[in-house]
Design a protein around this ligand. Structure first.
Ligand code: CP
Length: 307
């Protein structure tokens, strides 16, 4: 039995296999329509979500399975003081696989220690978000045709942005990736990411404050929201929240084949005027996430379809 807690729980070869399955789902969707018949996914979301929860649910429904779950801690017995591990042992009596989002870092890992069914980390605090990384990797692959040899700029809240942490970790296993980190001083990537991933693997990176200065170098721009819910101090959030606003004029000196990604939700950091630019890929990312979650559910449930 496998869980997905950190993106490194999947080997590079397994990620390639998931991408191949996702592509086959896109091309031959009907083949997959009943593969999860009789199976249930439980979506246990102790923190708000639109894309991740609904894409897991849509993924399971499109595979012919069913969905149970809750969308807030307040609507579950967590509100009465039940522990995460007791909740998971209970829900595992009803479901074949569990996708869990929790504000506490490490909660899905704790759940995986007691669960008799696969646990998928759907985002834990400011730590990791491995299934968003699967969506991001599939989007890069579809846009660029490769997962190596490019320069990627991560822009915004690199301290609390869990999608950033998981994607850096994932990309550290591919060849010739140049990382450019664009953030205010206070929102730089955490030291543990530098130590465990960048320094350990001798990966090239630079840290800058101005997006304009590095825009012409970028093949991929990964914009992020300043994570209001992780700040202890409202004044700091207000001061930093509009540090970067991507407007059409800022793309004037960008490459013609730049891909602009964002895990969403966005607040102010990408103008809606950018949405019609062919380089904007963030809604493609949403759809790609559903296909990769379908592929992941099949893998963790050990289900195959006839070719
Ligand atoms: N990208 C992402 O995790 O979005 P949600 O918070 O809406 O799930």
């Amino acid at each position: 039995m496998r869980h997905l807690i950190n993106i490194t729980d999947l080997s590079v070869a397994e990620i390639e296999e998931l991408i191949a399955t996702a592509q086959d789902i896109i091309q031959n969707g009907k083949k997959y329509a009943e593969v999860c018949k009789g199976k249930k996914i439980a979506t246990l979301f102790f923190e708000p979500s639109t894309r991740t929860r609904l894409s897991f649910e849509a993924a399971m429904l499109e595979l012919g399975g069913s969905v149970i779950g809750f969308s807030s801690a307040e609507s579950s017995s967590a509100a009465k003081g039940e522990t995460v591990t007791d909740t998971v042992r209970t829900v595992a009596c009803y479901a074949d696989i569990i996708a869990m989002r929790h504000p506490k870092e490490g909660a899905p890992l704790a759940a995986s220690k007691v669960s008799p069914v696969p646990i998928i980390n759907a985002g834990d605090g400011g730590h990791n978000h491995p299934t968003q990384t699967l969506a991001d990797l599939f989007t890069i692959y579809r846009e660029k045709g490769r997962l190596e040899n490019f320069t990627i700029g991560f822009c915004g809240d690199l301290k609390f942005g869990r999608t950033v942490h998981s994607l850096i970790t994932a990309l550290s296993r591919y060849r010739n990736i140049n990382f450019i980190f664009i953030s205010p001083e206070e929102l730089r990537i955490p030291d543990y990411i530098k130590e465990d991933t960048l320094w350990k693997n001798k990966l090239p990176y630079i840290e800058v404050e101005r997006l304009e200065d590095v825009m012409p170098q970028l093949d991929i721009l990964y914009m992020t929201r300043v994570q209001k819910e992780r700040f202890f101090n409202e004044a700091d959030y207000v001061r930093l929240k509009d540090s970067y606003i991507l407007e059409p004029s800022k793309l004037a000196n960008a490459k013609k084949d730049l891909s602009v990604l964002h895990p969403l939700p966005r607040v102010n950091e990408i103008s809606h005027l950018v949405d019609s630019d062919p380089r904007a890929c963030y809604f493609k990312q949403v759809l790609n996430g559903k296909y990769m979650r379908m592929a992941l559910i099949l893998k963790l449930l050990n289900l195959e379809v006839d070719s």
